[in-house]
Write a protein that binds this ligand. Sequence first.
Ligand code: SAH
Ligand code: TMP
Ligand code: ZN
Length: 410
Amino acid sequence: MRGDSATCRICAGRVDPWCDFGRQPVSQAFRSPGETADEYFYRLTIGVCAVCTMVQHVERVPPAMMFHADYPFRSGSSAAMARHFEQTAEQLVADERLTRRDALAVEIGCNDGTMLAAFRRAGVRHLGIDPSRAAADIARDAGSPVRVEFFSEATASAVRTTEGPADVVFSANTISHIADVCDVFRGVATLLAPNGVFVFEDRYIGDIVRQTSFDQIYDEHCFLFGVRSVAELAARCGLELVDAVPIPVHGGSIRYTVARPGTRTASPQVARLAEDEREQGLHDPERLRAFEQRVTATRDELVGLLTKLRAQGARVVGYGATAKSATVTNFCGIGTDLVEFVSDSTPEKQGLLTPGMHLPVRPPSAFCDPYPDYALLFAWNHAEEILAKERAFSEQGGRWILYVPKVHIV
Ligand code: SAH
Ligand code: TMP
Ligand code: ZN
């Protein structure tokens, strides 16, 4: 499952290939039926840098192929995530005293403005930056200013000139999506006020390895951050990682706080988590091999289960046309012979076909008309919200299939 080594995007060290998921499409490039020719595929292989420990993609998908005017993901599609952002904004407003005059909060990757809305309600001057126009327009229509572009050091200089320095730069599920991440960190260093903070959340490599959540590996996640690797990244860009807090969102993430060196007292948690990573062997290619074996076992078990259920005449439907599901369906070869369609609440995805395997995406009204026997939960990171919402499905005998941390039925 391995190929040639590559060069680290952070430190130019050697990146040893670790896991190969083969040919994959752009994870959120949904297609109209009848327009499935010329689909873009790339080889999804990740590796670990032998020097700075950053886990990263070996081949990168051009950013504009993933994030563009019609990017279909909407942050507001999960009520639980909307609540999470609201609470996060409230905490930042209080901790960083953002209600004082002229304070500025900037969000990188604001999408539909779910987080910006909380700053707006709190009366905090704010600005979003996101290249996905249709999503950004939702934020703008709600009254939040957004620059529709990719954040970079050049953007940071322009924003600093027009708006002044930022007291908080926030970002969720975006920094790990940007291959030129050193340019982003330099941009943040340009934009931050002397005592400002850069707070960002991203999926945690420790949780991905521990739970074998291999579906977190897809085109957009060109880095899988860890505490040690983010500390190295910050230091190389003239900043310091001063806090790292594990949070449960998206199946296990970390909220990182980065500041100018010496301006904040570093939490002992940073060194503690970095040491835990070393003990868990997260930097050790030999020990990481066991993950690859678990991924293959999950694939074989899931395909075996779906094949058996279909042979028994059971109906299986997917739930949540997530970016993650692109890796699962394409790596496992799950087509309409195994899963009839995928139910998704996002209007922008409905009526289209999933990338690569071309499963039809249908609205939630199709899910209950009539209910299938089994629902394969691709949006397992939202399990609590979805299982509560779909209680009627379980009550009339429907079963959920999950594959993280192992294949199981509930
Ligand atoms: N923060 C939101 C959205 C995450 S999806 C949430 O957590 O729900 C990732 C978002 O990052 C997309 O809206 C995408 O358009 C945006 N993005 C990708 N590259 C970016 C860049 N270089 N600068 C700013 N935003 C970017
Ligand atoms: P995410 O895992 O990247 O957040 O994507 C979740 C997908 O699942 C998104 O396309 C919206 C969809 N979804 C539903 O269809 N119903 C739901 O109740 C929730 C929370 C998400
Ligand atoms: Zn490196």
